[in-house]
Design a protein around this ligand. Structure first.
Ligand code: HEM
Length: 158
């Protein structure tokens, strides 16, 4: 699979499209998404960006579950995350939630690389649907980058 990563350009508008709900169906709905996201977060725990996340096991488990619920909802499944976003549009809420962390392009690439590994472990899922999901992540993740190599900060808007 290609799972290409294109660079984030500070201040540039980012277009993205929510994932095709057919991907959510193809991986087996809620349970499939939980499996994928738990695998991803287990890898995050071992990655170069582990330091961004709580080291306390219970807190980490909570983030893992919230993350799963977000992806269930954004992929067209039941609205299990909606209580968390306080009525804000889901993607907008997710961008703002990342503002409190200093996320660089390097961290984004590590995050995407970790997700790529988890996606490569999926079995029997249509490649085009997985690419569609990847495209959402690849584009959307640019909006979470807020710290640049010259040390400046820029908080993107949708
Ligand atoms: C496609 C891009 C991304 C999506 C959709 C995404 C999604 C999420 C979600 C759903 C959560 C849990 C939210 C909650 O607590 O309710 C979360 C938390 C978090 N994400 Fe992301 N994320 C993305 C990219 C990144 C990147 C590139 C980093 C880089 C380090 C990152 C770092 C974090 C951190 C540090 C937390 C929270 C940990 C805490 O609350 O202590 N995320 N993200």
């Amino acid at each position: 699979m290609s799972f290409e990563i294109t660079p984030t350009v500070k201040g540039e508008h980012v277009d993205f499209k929510n994932p095709d709900p057919a991907f959510y169906e193809a991986i087996g709905g809620e349970e499939g998404m939980r499996k994928l996201m738990y695998n991803f977060y287990d890898k995050i725990y071992e990655s170069d960006i582990a330091n961004f996340f709580p080291q306390d096991e219970e807190e980490f488990a909570e983030i893992k579950e919230k993350n799963t619920k977000f992806f269930i909802q954004i992929c067209g499944g039941p609205k299990v995350y909606k209580g968390e976003s306080g009525g804000m549009e889901l993607n907008e809420y997710m961008v703002r939630l990342h503002d409190e962390f200093s996320i660089t392009e390097k961290s984004r690439i590590e995050w995407l690389g970790t997700m790529r590994e988890a996606l490569e472990e999926l079995e029997g899922v249509d490649r085009a649907l997985t690419e569609d999901f990847w495209n959402y992540l690849e584009h959307f993740s640019k909006l979470t980058v807020n710290t640049f190599s010259d040390g400046s900060k820029y908080y993107a808007n949708l």
